[in-house]
Design a protein around this ligand. Structure first.
Ligand code: NAP
Length: 280
């Protein structure tokens, strides 16, 4: 089965849209997302434009604050503080990557945890790790929703996650642990990676290495989630060799059209959740 991320994400987007419309009718208020974009890195510009377009489509007010790549860290933090204090701003997102003079950690720490729609602030990271209520990073949240769309009870499953980034691998592991999976986290120093992957009931790959996972890395009947986005010439490919693996897996996400659309849908969901919490 090929997991249709476009279809599943559009259902989630529709849900968010309906809820925002109902809130607006009742209160005349709606969520608002401020995105800070620094520099002229083309993929970041495309991501931000897309986020703005999708936000507006569901009724989230969206503004993009643009800075040149020479902007100082102090100026950006000043802006974040201003947005933290603005009651009408529900969510703040600083598009990564950042120019060298700006410390990513300081920027992430500056965003108030209640407006941290990306779920990167250490308070949200800690809450997720402790099993408390947290804002969950959009991509792993999207992956979990895709997995649960295939199988609702994940208890006792062996989940292997390839990649240990703060953005993907680590929060993915926390989410699947919360679902009572048994977790293995693999990374670039892992030995016998193929053998480890071949034991997974659920295999999530977020390594950023094109076509890393082949047919004999996958257990028959596994759920395979491919987070990777790699450009080969003009084509996007994932970290899983899709054609090689698709007939062995029970379910697999394609690239594009798998995890990608879920990421944006979860950003909209997170913005709505922040708004609701701030107004409750
Ligand atoms: P990252 O920060 O570069 O982390 C990559 C992780 O993979 C690291 O933990 C690294 O290990 C591990 N790794 C690298 N090569 C490996 C190998 N050969 N074998 C095993 N592990 C290996 O990347 P990321 O930000 O998590 O992103 C991963 C991929 O997801 C990228 O292709 C990115 O473009 C994509 N992505 C997609 C979405 C989406 O919406 N679909 C969103 C975000 C990211 P070490 O820790 O040992 O270095």
């Amino acid at each position: 089965m090929i997991i249709d991320g476009k279809k599943i994400s559009s259902l989630l987007v529709e849900e968010v849209k309906e809820e925002i419309s109902a809130i607006k009718k009742k209160t005349n208020k709606s969520p608002s997302l401020s995105v800070i974009l620094i520099g002229d890195f083309v993929p970041s510009q495309i991501y931000v434009q897309n986020k703005k377009k999708k936000s507006l489509e569901v009724g989230i007010n969206s503004e993009v604050i643009r800075y040149s790549k020479e902007i100082s860290e102090k100026e950006v933090i000043k802006k974040i503080n201003e947005l933290n204090n603005k009651k009408e701003v529900s969510g703040i997102l600083v598009q990564l990557p950042l120019p060298d003079q700006i410390n990513k950690e300081k920027i992430i720490n500056a965003i108030h945890p209640s407006k941290d729609v990306d779920g990167f602030n250490p308070l949200n990271v800690g809450n997720l790790a402790s099993g408390y209520k947290a804002i969950i990073p959009c991509t792993p949240l999207g992956c979990l929703l895709l997995i649960k769309n295939i199988e609702s009870n994940l208890s006792g499953k062996h989940a292997v996650i390839v990649g240990r980034s703060n953005l993907n691998g680590k929060p993915m592991a926390q989410l699947l642990l919360k679902e009572n999976c048994t977790i293995t986290i693999a990374h670039s120093k892992t030995k016998a990676l193929k053998d480890i992957c071949a034991k997974a009931d659920i295999l999530v790959v977020a390594a950023g290495v094109s076509n890393l996972v082949k047919n004999d890395w996958v257990k028959k009947g596994a759920i395979v989630i491919d987070v990777g986005i790699n450009k080969i010439k003009d084509r996007l490919v994932g970290d899983v060799d899709f054609n090689d693996v698709k007939d062995k897996a029970k379910a697999i996400t394609p690239v594009p059209g798998g995890v990608g659309p879920m990421t944006i849908a979860c950003l909209l969901k997170n913005t709505l959740e922040c708004f609701k919490k701030q107004n409750s």
